[in-house]
Design a binder for this molecule. Structure first.
Ligand code: NZQ
Ligand code: ZN
Length: 385
């Protein structure tokens, strides 16, 4: 096992009806700003419930944070925070709203140009406003981690940032708030959580037995509940399990003490930034190709994954590795998330701009061995067609 620090201060308030606890969770004398997305929070009544939960506090609202939140929109929220003396942020939504809120929390306290937060991966953040979240979409794990991803629309750059100051103080996880999700977003959530686990698990063995078993248990749970999450939108147990798996998939626990990959995510971010695909769609396309490209370097873990997660125990090692990769692709497809660039009308000519963007963003040595160069990314993307 590798050396590690594990630190996660986020309080999780889990279960139906927990939004009313906001009154206890948000400081009594706070001047909060509620941040939310397009229309869903208002339409579903969650926003009204949140306002009621805040009681007498003089809460302001900032709506319109888009999926793949933009620097441009978030900069407007930063202005509101500064002009109105806001001292607490409350995100109500999915990963985009929560990531956006993290950015606003840091940018509102930032001395220089806040774009630097993204060009330095958050390294220079010295303070941030406190914030909490009410999760409406189980997927990203943003509700229980200290990272985010923000897009600068004008230059098609989608970049990650993180800071130990950007853990939510609390997150309300009420599974019933996910009942209104469209199928596409539920499927996206299952795929995103699945790939988060794989990015931290499918590398090379370091004898981290607990992390491996946790990761395998989370993957098996997703495989078990994924189909029902789509078929039975108001099944509390299914949605409760999905919500907790998605949080545990990226809260630092399974990634502590193990090598991590993240090549699929970095390549995927460029696809979203240039061509607008959903985050999870890009992962479903790129992951099978990354696993294929890295089948030798990841061989031992691919065999373990095949056996323990999918029950693949017959055939030669090469056959078992191929079967494990096929099972992964089939799982994504079974949820209705297509796994080829061509399925989204992206042809060969879309690859060169993606490689140029990866280079422009310094993504030249990806993967757990830092050996996915732009040339390797090119091969991976060609295999995604
Ligand atoms: O905008 P509204 O109208 O609210 O609709 C949203 C949005 O269109 C809708 N939605 C959310 N909750 C709903 C609902 N519709 C009905 N009922 C509900 N209860 O769902 C749509 C997608 O929302 P979004 O927040 O964009 O989805 P997701 O949670 O998948 O977040 C994706 C973003 O998170 C980033 C991604 O890159 C992407 O920008 N990620 C953040 C990570 C992190 N912070 O750790 C890790 C991930 O790898 C990921 O990169
Ligand atoms: Zn993701």
């Amino acid at each position: 096992m590798l050396n590690f620090d594990f630190y996660n201060p986020t309080r999780i308030c889990f279960g139906e009806g927990r939004i009313k606890d906001l009154d206890k969770l948000v400081p009594a004398n706070a001047r909060p700003l509620i941040l939310y997305g397009g229309s869903s929070a208002e339409r579903t009544g969650t926003l009204a419930e949140v306002k009621a939960g805040l009681g007498d506090r003089d809460a302001l609202q900032f709506g319109g944070i888009e999926p793949n939140p933009t620097f441009e929109t978030l900069s407007k929220a930063v202005e509101v925070v500064r002009n109105e003396g806001v001292d607490f942020l409350l995100a109500v939504g999915g990963g985009s709203v929560i990531d956006g809120t993290k950015f606003v929390a840091a940018a509102a306290c930032y001395d220089s140009d806040p774009w630097e937060i993204l060009t330095t991966n958050g390294a220079k953040i010295k303070s941030a406003l406190p914030f909490g979240t009410v999760l409406t979409l189980p997927a990203t794990g943003s509700e229980m981690n200290n990272g985010g991803v923000v897009t600068r629309q004008s230059i098609h750059a989608k970049l990650p940032f993180r800071s130990k100051l950007l853990f939510p103080q609390f997150s309300v996880l009420d599974p019933t708030k996910s009942y209104t999700l469209p199928e596409r977003q539920v499927a996206n959530g299952v795929v995103d959580a699945f790939v988060h686990i794989v990015e931290q698990y499918l590398t090379y063995p370091v004898n981290a037995r607990v992390q491996d078993r946790f990761a395998e248990g989370l993957l098996q749970t997703l495989i078990e509940i994924g189909p029902d999450a789509l078929k039975k939108p108001d099944d509390y147990d299914v949605r409760a399990n999905l919500m907790w798996v998605a949080s545990l998939a990226l809260n630092g626990l399974i990634g502590a003490g193990v090598p991590q990959d993240w090549a699929t995510h970095m390549i995927g971010h460029e696809i979203t930034a240039l061509y607008g695909l959903d985050h999870a769609q890009t992962l479903a396309i790129v992951l099978p190709a990354v696993l294929e490209h890295q089948r030798e370097a990841k061989g031992k873990k691919l065999l373990q994954y095949g056996s323990r997660v999918w029950g693949i125990n017959d055939g030669t090692e090469e056959q078992r590795i191929s079967a494990a990769i096929s099972k992964t692709r089939e799982f994504f497809e079974s949820l209705g998330v297509r796994t080829r660039l061509g399925d989204y009308q992206l042809q060969h000519d879309t690859i060169a701009p993606l490689i140029a963007q990866l280079e422009a963003h310094g993504m030249k040595k990806l993967g757990e061995h830092r050996d996915i160069t732009p040339e390797a990314s090119q091969q991976i993307l060609e295999a995604c067609l």
